[in-house]
Ligand binder design. Structure first.
Ligand code: RB5
Length: 157
């Protein structure tokens, strides 16, 4: 499985923890930044989340990776950006249950997490659950097909 990961300054610390976790499990990760550049105050330099969200979402949309993980302060900005890309189903999750359901019912292909609102251990647990939970299909596929139809018609408006 190939996973793209990205963050802004608000998600950098958590993203680094996720990268360490996935590396230790042998998962192939493509880290699309931001990196560990620091401002003069010793904090991560402020960057714009759309730049990094777009990189990861573009790779998922193009099928270059199997899925993506995005982290910003709240996860909100990253999920908004990612869902602009065709075929992307980005889910902003806050706990194990929402992470699991986003795979089972929504076949989410990007997991968005808020590095300032979700505790580190909860977030790492969510990542493991999200990557290992399969889509249920069935009635949920019918609903995803409707989302695809909406995407096609909205793009032609
Ligand atoms: C950055 O300060 C913050 O706005 C960003 O990380 C994110 O929370 C946006 O949704």
């Amino acid at each position: 499985m190939k996973v793209a990961i990205g963050c802004d300054h608000g998600g950098l610390e958590l993203k680094e923890g996720i990268v360490v976790l996935l590396n230790s499990q042998g998962t192939e990760i493509i880290d699309m930044g931001t990196g560990d550049c620091c401002s003069e105050a010793g904090r991560p330099a402020s960057v714009d989340y759309p730049d990094y969200g777009a990189k990861v979402a573009k790779a998922v949309s193009a099928g270059e990776v199997d899925c993506g993980i995005l982290v910003c302060g709240t996860g909100i900005g990253m999920s908004i950006v990612a869902n602009k890309f065709p075929g992307v189903r980005a889910a902003l999750c806050h706990d194990a249950f929402t992470a699991k359901m986003s795979r089972m019912h929504n076949d989410a292909n990007i997991l968005a997490i808020g590095g300032r609102v979700t505790g580190r251990e909860v977030a790492l647990d969510m990542v493991g659950i999200w990557l290992s939970t399969p889509f249920e299909g069935g009635r949920h596929q019918r609903r995803l097909d409707k989302i695809s139809d909406i995407e096609k018609t909205s793009l032609s408006v």
